[in-house]
Design a binder for this molecule. Structure first.
Ligand code: HMG
Ligand code: MG
Length: 330
């Protein structure tokens, strides 16, 4: 591999000085793989991501193993990460905090009390519930209506908060849904409000099928603000199906968002399955952020080496443009 390059840093007006990257490759990425990645490979992947400077790395899901067999090894994986989780990471927004503390948060997905019991028994300190703005996806993903899902989350969030556990509330299909088409902004706002009213600490707005465009992102963020949701509580989660993830991210940053989800190497989906694509690639995000002079704490060269390593394990190249450009062999 040639030595990785760096973008020239040219700051632009009206952008945050730092962004917290919420890395989802080991969860959102690997849950979509056709094959099951060995537990030891997942553990090493997460370790390498931490060594590359990522401080929030979603580790796995405590969901029904039949629904997501790719992550059925959560009980075996999570304890292998104990030493990473023990490194305290109090404030990842603080300047230089990433490197100074070496701390890593390891959130896990939890849909219900059974999942919460499993996560708490292994010492998880951050969980995420995951709702849907549309009825079709709520049924497909959680076997519940939207309101039944919220009722399922209620005791999960309450018990997690009692235990001092940080709770993220994902919301899928915030922009469009494969069965229902475009999703009205007011419907998204209603479910976001409901997740916060349950006690979620932060939201992550999911563009699950990657159909959002920047104006739509701005209009949803403004509507959330008007409904009393403060921008610091909002993260964005873009999938890159239509190549819009970076433009959408820039729109969100201009609005003041400082938490961005991304997946190392653009993991997720399968290049052989029609229209299945992964999240915004973390490397592509870091290239843009560093080019804008925005601090992330991430070492781009190490991150690319990690994604190249993972791509070798998966037997296919990373779809990330930045990984391809900087790992090109002469
Ligand atoms: P269900 O079939 O309705 O479950 O599934 P149930 O509540 O009727 O329980 C049936 C059995 O499952 C019971 O066992 C439970 O104990 C067991 P039995 O008594 O019959 O022997 N069970 C569990 N076992 C282990 N762990 C659990 C668990 N829960 C129940 N947590 C359920 C409901 C929620 C469980 C199921 O639908 C499920 O696991 N769904 C998960 C789907 C998923 O993980 N999707 C991917 C994540 S979301 C995403 O990727 C979007 C995101 O990236 C944002 C974006 O892009 O939009 C976050
Ligand atoms: Mg996702």
């Amino acid at each position: 591999m040639t030595a990785p390059g760096l973008p020239m840093a040219v700051p632009a007006e009206g952008l945050p000085p730092r962004v917290r990257i919420h890395e989802v490759g080991a969860r959102d990425g690997l849950q979509n793989e056709k094959g099951v990645v060995p537990t030891e490979v997942k553990a090493e992947f997460i370790r390498r991501l931490a060594d590359a400077g990522l401080t929030t790395i979603e580790a796995t899901s405590f969901v029904h193993p039949k629904w997501v067999p790719q992550l059925a090894d959560a009980e075996a994986l999570f304890p292998q990460l104990a030493d990473l989780a023990e490194r305290a990471a109090p404030d990842v927004h603080a300047p230089g905090a990433h490197r100074a503390s070496g701390g890593v948060h390891l959130p896990v997905l939890v849909p219900n009390e059974r999942g919460l019991d499993r996560a708490l028994s292994l010492g998880a300190r951050r969980i995420a519930v995951f709702g849907s703005a549309t009825e079709s996806f709520a049924k497909a993903n959680l076997n519940r209506t939207v309101d039944e899902s919220l009722a399922m989350f209620e005791p999960v969030v309450a018990r997690a908060k009692d235990a001092g556990v940080h709770v993220r509330g994902y919301l899928s299909m915030c922009f469009g849904d494969p069965w229902e088409g475009p999703v009205p902004v007011d419907r998204v706002v209603r479910v976001c409000r409901a997740l916060l009213d349950l006690g979620c600490d932060e939201l992550s707005l999911g563009d699950t099928i990657g159909v959002a465009t920047p104006g739509h992102v701005r209009s949803l963020l403004s509507a959330l603000n008007e409904a009393g949701v403060a921008t610091p509580r909002i993260g964005v989660h873009f999938h890159d199906t239509y190549g819009q993830a970076l433009s959408n991210t820039l729109a969100a940053l201009q609005h003041g968002v400082t938490t961005v989800d991304a997946s190392a190497g653009g993991l997720g989906g399968c290049p052989y399955a029609k229209s299945a694509t992964g999240n915004l690639a973390t490397e592509d995000l870091v290239w843009m952020l560093h080019g804008l002079g925005i601090e992330t704490g991430v070492d781009l060269g190490r991150l690319i080496a990690t994604s190249v390593w993972m791509a070798e394990r998966l037997g296919r190249p990373s779809p990330s443009r930045t990984v391809r450009a900087l790992s090109h062999k002469e």
